[in-house]
Write a protein that binds this ligand. Sequence first.
Ligand SMILES: [Zn+2]
Ligand SMILES: [Zn+2]
Length: 460
Amino acid sequence: MALEPVDLGHYLNRPIACECGRTHFAGIEAVEISDGAMGKLADLIRRGGYQKPFIVADKNTAKIAGGQVLEILFTQGMSYSSFVFDDAALSPDEDALGRLLINFDADCDLIVAVGSGTINDISRFFSHRLGLPYFIVATAPSMDGYASSVAPLLKNNLKTTFECHVPKAIIADRTILAEAPKDMIAAGFGDVVGKYTALTDWKLSAIINGEYYCERVAKLTRESLERTIRLREGIAAGDRGAIGELMETLILSGVAISYVENSRPASGSEHHLAHFWEMRLLWEGGDPILHGTGVGIGTVSILRLYQMLLGDELDPRTFLHASALEKDQWALGIRKAFLKGAEEVLALEERVKKNDPALCQKRRMVIAEHWDEILRTLTTVPSPSRVQEYLQTVGAPFEPAQAGLGLRLVFDALVYAKEIRPRYTILQLLGDLGLLEHYAQQLIKAGDAHERQGEGGLRQ
Ligand SMILES: [Zn+2]
Ligand SMILES: [Zn+2]
């Protein structure tokens, strides 16, 4: 049975009073997803009363859609300025922002970003700090950051999330999206699949820490996730309708982030793993992986941890005796795992003290008390093999080795990625119970055996 199609307009630019006690709002004024959506750009700029847009692209996105944008503006007799990053692989860091600023035309009153992840993150931050609105012209359905209000950037080498604003308009031409490279489309699907564990982790924190949780936003995210899963064959075949719906889900995920004013509904432990891998590959000069590719692989790994915990039949009465974290050893591990990002991570712990022994013990009491509810929550997601099958259908990797991620990188991510930010997930829960390293080792061992058997088409 098909789920009802989403009316995106219902969620945009209007306050929604919610049972959770908050009023949700996403200030995006227009989302145009259609064949030929690009033709609406000039009209949207005029309707907003903007005089001179500043177009931002990189070498690739300039070719895919940037040229078309400039041609439209030129034909319409609009004045504009533009800047194209000429990097082979653009990093969203201080250097990129500095170059953008020095090339900015101060007469411009609107930023029009042309691209996907990196260009969007840079332009969102840049426009926000300049106090200007921005539009995004999407070039691939590769991640869910289009409609989000936050920008993950590299600050002092460490991935850091900044509060910014949402775009005023998102223009997603399906003829452009459907022609995006297959691995980018598969990555977008991977980012969507990650919502399974993101939502469950969010719920875990609501149970254990009393963190704010909105069932309505969770439901909205879950339903659009399910709809996308059902369209996987069409997405794999490059069907424009299915790709357009994938884009809608990615946008809705960003709307959900705006609704709760943080990325909880869209990002949990699977994103910790993905962000960790992205950073380590960058520092070590390894082949980068797409964000959503890491999220898809991370989701399968996290679902395996869920299953291990469910299968262990632990006695909650033993939780209060769990071995406490060895602080010096932990700091040593952080230095090895985070390389040049280590100081930032250690400083974060000094500030937020998420591993404080007294706090951990307090959480263990709550975990023991709510153990049945926690186990029930972990059963609300599909099995890892099911999600593996979903990813396989769209041609996305699901084992770390398929994306060239070695065992050490996987182990370090499982044990240390949670230290990137103070967000409670299954990883911190396993840490609280003193099980994290043991589980990580078991997972690695299983993966290693799997790899040696040559199953799953793993890259050697
Ligand atoms: Zn709510
Ligand atoms: Zn993501």
